[in-house]
Design a protein around this ligand. Structure first.
Ligand code: TDX
Length: 301
């Protein structure tokens, strides 16, 4: 339960289907008690926000690298299947006009403390597969959006800013491209890999959703009835990756997966409606998040 967790996310789920164990994945004793009680471990736990990693990298090394190491040791000793969740950011970034997209064989070239920590965790998983023969699969997914996303992330930050009467914030010149996928599609891909993925393999997850940040913000402003220029330019992120793009054809062709959300505007409309209807979910953490951004920006000046 770090700052990014929210107990309200479990409301509405049948309590008989979920056991919430509050603990740290770096806690060797706890992890070794829990892992043998399960058929599989799906390892989503991570520090994920690039901006935070530029200001406090230590927690990223702890959760993402040491935490993954502890899980690997536990699944090795108890012979439990692992699926490791990771990010397209491990591959670095692409030029805007590069015809190539990331594939399973693209070399690793992470840029930020966050992406370097995720790349490290991926390499640990691959080493445990090769050296110890653990039964593990990996997936690297593009940028997620949808309900329940923390308000530090680009899309919910701008939606909730508008709902609170603040102007959205765009970094740099807004030309950076992200490859958007709805969180439900990410989840269905993970489930498919768990069911049918081949041990030791990496699968790339993406929904052909490349858009630059300015265009995405333009869609949000339009859907929320604001003028196209009703936002603020703010200082660029240090080392800001220019473009991510995923080629997910292996997942589609070999495992028969396909995304359900193929229209970003439609997905954004539903996401905006969700944030409008779930103020009690995001409001308590909003001021703290914006305060963290304010402090981070002040430290850069
Ligand atoms: O206020 C903002 N203004 C802005 O222009 C914020 C928060 C972001 N941005 C830009 C930076 C990025 O180009 O929007 C883009 C998306 O930013 P984030 O939501 O911070 O995502 P990103 O850095 O691309 O990383 C995300 O996708 C890959 C997740 O945070 C990672 O965990 C995931 O691995």
């Amino acid at each position: 339960m770090t700052y990014a967790a929210n107990r309200q996310s479990l409301s509405g789920i049948d309590p008989k289907r979920v056991d919430l164990v509050v603990g740290d994945i770096c806690d060797y004793v706890l992890v070794n008690e829990l892992v043998p009680q399960h058929d599989a471990v799906v390892h989503f736990a991570a520090e994920t926000h690039n901006d935070n990693s530029l200001h406090d990298p230590r927690s990223f090394l702890n959760s993402n690298v040491v935490g993954t190491f502890e899980l690997l040791e536990a699944v090795r000793h108890h012979e439990v299947r692992l699926h490791h969740i990771s990010t397209d950011e491990v591959y670095g970034d692409l030029e805007l006009d590069d015809p190539q997209r990331f594939t399973e064989s693209t070399p690793y070239k992470p840029s930020s403390p966050y992406s370097a920590s995720k790349a490290s965790s991926d390499l640990l998983v691959k080493a445990w597969v090769r050296s110890f023969g653990i039964e593990a699969t990996l997936s690297n997914c593009s940028n997620n959006y949808g309900p329940f996303q923390h308000v530090e992330k680009f899309i919910p930050r701008q939606i909730t800013n508008i709902l609170e009467g603040q102007r959205p914030k765009l970094y740099g010149n807004g030309a950076n491209v992200r490859d958007w996928i709805h969180a439900s599609d990410h989840s269905s891909a993970v489930q498919r890999i768990l069911q049918a993925g081949e041990a030791g393999r990496t699968y790339l997850i993406g929904a052909d959703g490349e858009r630059n940040n300015r265009d995405v913000l333009g869609l949000i402003l339009n859907l929320m009835g604001r003028e196209a220029d009703d936002f603020e330019w703010v200082a660029d992120r240090a080392g800001h990756d220019l473009r991510y793009a995923i080629d997910s054809s292996v997942l589609r062709e070999e495992l028969g997966w396909a995304p359900q959300y193929t229209d970003l505007e439609n997905g954004l409309e539903q996401t905006i409606a969700w944030y409008r209807e779930h103020r009690s979910w995001w409001e308590p953490g909003k001021a703290q998040t914006e305060e963290r951004y304010r402090v981070q920006l002040a430290a850069e000046v």
